[in-house]
Design a protein around this ligand. Structure first.
Ligand SMILES: [Zn+2]
Length: 103
């Protein structure tokens, strides 16, 4: 018999909020997603990754802007916050994740 996995609704709310937020930002800003879901084993091998990274729950992704289109961080953060997302700019990508205490 196949194993059935039941996803708790709260996980779905969190996941939907994240994915719809990324989609809304992608419609306004020219970026590509360069990293999204990670297994714990993969996450361990990522430089500077934290052990409880939301990449392991699918509620974080890394994005890279098209050349010459990196936005000012302030307005981008404000737009992301309205969608329930946090922004962490890093050297070669920006990390987006769901606000931890949203639900
Ligand atoms: Zn990241």
């Amino acid at each position: 018999m196949d194993r059935v996995t039941v996803v708790p609704p709260m996980d779905l709310y969190r996941y939907q909020t994240f994915t719809l937020g990324v989609r809304a930002l992608a419609r306004r800003y020219p970026f590509s997603v360069t990293s999204w879901w990670r297994t714990p084993a993969h996450n361990e091998g990522v430089k500077d990754a934290v052990a409880d990274s939301q990449h392991q729950e699918g509620t974080a992704c890394d994005v890279a802007f098209d050349p010459g289109t990196v936005p000012d961080a302030g307005p981008f953060r404000a737009a992301a916050r309205e969608l329930g997302l946090e922004v962490h700019p890093e050297a070669d990508h920006w990390h987006l994740e769901l606000v931890s205490n949203l639900y």
